[in-house]
Write a protein of this length. Sequence first.
Length: 290
Amino acid sequence: MDHGLVRITSQKLLSDNWYVLKKYEFELRRRDGTWQAQTREVYDRGNGATILLYNRARRTVVLIRQFRMPVFVNGHDGLLIESAAGLLDNASPEERIRLEAEEETGYRVGSIEKIYEAFMSPGSVTERIHFFIGEYQPGDRVSDGGGLADEGEDIEVLELGYEQAIAMVERGEIVDGKTIMLLQYLELRLMAPRSLMILLAAPYHAEAADIAALQRSAAALLEAGHVPVLVDGSMAPRGYAETLLERCDAVLRIGGPSAEADAMIALGEQLGRQVFHSLDQVPAVLSLAE
């Protein structure tokens, strides 16, 4: 076959045990007009669709966790956190993703929006993924989800705070490409930054320079539309700072070396709070006029 840019000279079926793996020999016309012989193996598993369920008012998202053998053999524990997804199997992308969302998460979604299509691994896999988002309400859950046991699915449904999910991406706990793309779309387009209560984690026994930095940071947070929370851990009752952090949305690390401040950062990560290591990482809150 000659398509102007490429001439396929031969193809050989290598495997059709699960999906279809073929070896192609072809000639590629380079930009200088010459033809170059090349060989590639191509894996065809069909096209797919994925959806991120979100609740704008509660600022939550619904994800799933399941075992993936390919990531397991590449050094991961295999339990991947993902957005609901599935192969089209001759259905339309919209029809398939509604079925997959209910099957895997238990939520029967109403209105959904297609945002784009993408090839996720074009160097070796033919799959084109259709990306969707859909807003859900708690009452939309009609079952426990979990997938189909006879297809080997054993899926855990996760409802996470949106900020918590973004923090999990930053910490490397969410590493699935399609899920990261959907969360970032949500962050850029739909979830405008809101006012946060931010605990300032600083050395307890601060010198004058550290106190001045603490004051500047608090002022900067106020200017950005947030509520800074300061605590003198050296004078507060035992466990006070930890209890206060549970009521905050985020924690900001400032100042010099401090085991206590580092412990607050670790606790913030454990609680799923947003963790900032500089003021530059803190988003400004947009006013209604903007």
